[in-house]
Design a protein. Sequence first.
Length: 101
Amino acid sequence: MAAKLKKGDNVVVLAGKDKGVKGTITSIDPKAGKAVVDGVNMAIRHTKQSQTSQGGRTPKAMPIQLSNLAIVDANGKATRVGFRMDGDNKVRYAKTTGDAI
């Protein structure tokens, strides 16, 4: 099945502690059904000091469920994704505006 959300898509969080936050997908794991979004679901990771790097607490974006994300359309609102054929190509489109993504 084709992916409704892909790396580089602008999305908004629909549920959870970061509800309403917009960001860009940096990586995606379709098998687990999760994606990492910039600035969303941040966690603090402690790193030990070494000769090459300073130790301390560093924020890291953790994966979030794909079902809690929706793509942002041209108007800046959350929308569902549909598929249609344009000639011989299968194209994703925003259901609210009908524009190709």
